[in-house]
Design a protein around this ligand. Structure first.
Ligand SMILES: *[C@@H]1O[C@H](CO)[C@@H](O)[C@H](O)[C@H]1NC(C)=O
Length: 252
């Protein structure tokens, strides 16, 4: 190893170590990655474990992005087993599925650029998964896809130029009454913050947030027939499936 390479790898270790303080505040500037890591296969974070990505851009090579066709766990960059935490990561554009949480998970200061199929998929059977800080930009369709049960709690998240920030699965074979919360999020240029299925008892709460050029929520009649598409039956806070409080659409 040349002296230069040694210095570089020491610097890389130092920058990973210095990411020990994780900023989970609302941030509206996308971070400049401190380096790039391309994975040939999905990386699994074991149950209860944690991975600090050191603000590197993590991606797949060769790319697993196949536009809007639904991929699987193997197309993700990270698989998080139950109770795992992922921090300080930028997910690059060359992957189909971003993060797959097989159980409850926590995503702290995780960023996505040019989302392919979706940014993160939550498959827990019950309990709460957390998204604290971070952001996503450039998603043709969904950012957070909730296929399991329980709650997805998103706070201090920034999203711009996206389709849906969140969708409770419209046509999963096993449907659940899913819950979701969005607190102090900033969404600029989106179709909608949350899409939920009223017929399965979903509830979403959006509070203390700033939405520019985005609907708050869309209400669907979901189906458990995976060959069918759900039907959109309403828009806006209904008071039951969708509750909004202290949501600003201007002056914020
Ligand atoms: C699911 O939907 C498809 C397409 O409409 C239909 O052909 C099929 O019979 C449905 N399956 C069930 C179990 O209802």
């Amino acid at each position: 190893m040349s002296l230069n390479m040694k210095t570089l790898s020491l610097l890389a270790v130092a920058s990973i170590a210095s990411a020990a303080t994780t900023n989970t505040n609302l941030q509206t500037t996308f971070p400049k990655p401190s380096g790039t890591t391309n994975l040939a296969a999905v990386k699994t974070v074991a149950a209860g474990g944690s991975l600090d990505g050191g603000m590197y851009q993590w991606d797949r090579s060769p790319s697993t992005c196949n536009d809007q066709s639904e991929g699987g766990d193997a197309d993700a960059v990270f698989i998080l087993e139950d109770g795992a935490t992922l921090s300080n990561v930028v997910i690059g554009p060359n992957n189909g599925e971003g993060v797959h949480c097989l159980g409850k998970c926590t995503l702290n200061n995780v960023w996505w650029t040019n989302v392919c199929e979706d940014a993160a998929t939550f498959k827990q059977s019950s309990g709460t998964s957390y998204v604290n800080g971070g952001g996503a930009r450039g998603a043709e369709d969904k950012v957070f896809q909730h296929n399991g049960g329980g709650t997805v709690a998103v706070k201090n998240f920034y999203a711009t130029d996206i389709g849906k920030l969140y969708r409770s699965c419209g046509n999963c074979a096993t449907q659940h009454a899913r819950s979701s919360t969005f607190t102090n999020v900033r969404v600029e240029g989106a179709k909608v913050v949350a899409g939920v299925n009223a017929n399965y008892g979903d509830t979403t709460t959006i509070k203390n947030s700033c939405l520019k050029d985005s609907s708050i929520c869309w209400i669907y009649q979901g189906t458990s027939n995976n060959s069918k598409e759900p039907t959109k039956i309403g828009s806006g806070p209904s008071g039951t499936a969708c509750v909004a409080s202290a949501v600003k659409t201007s002056g914020c």
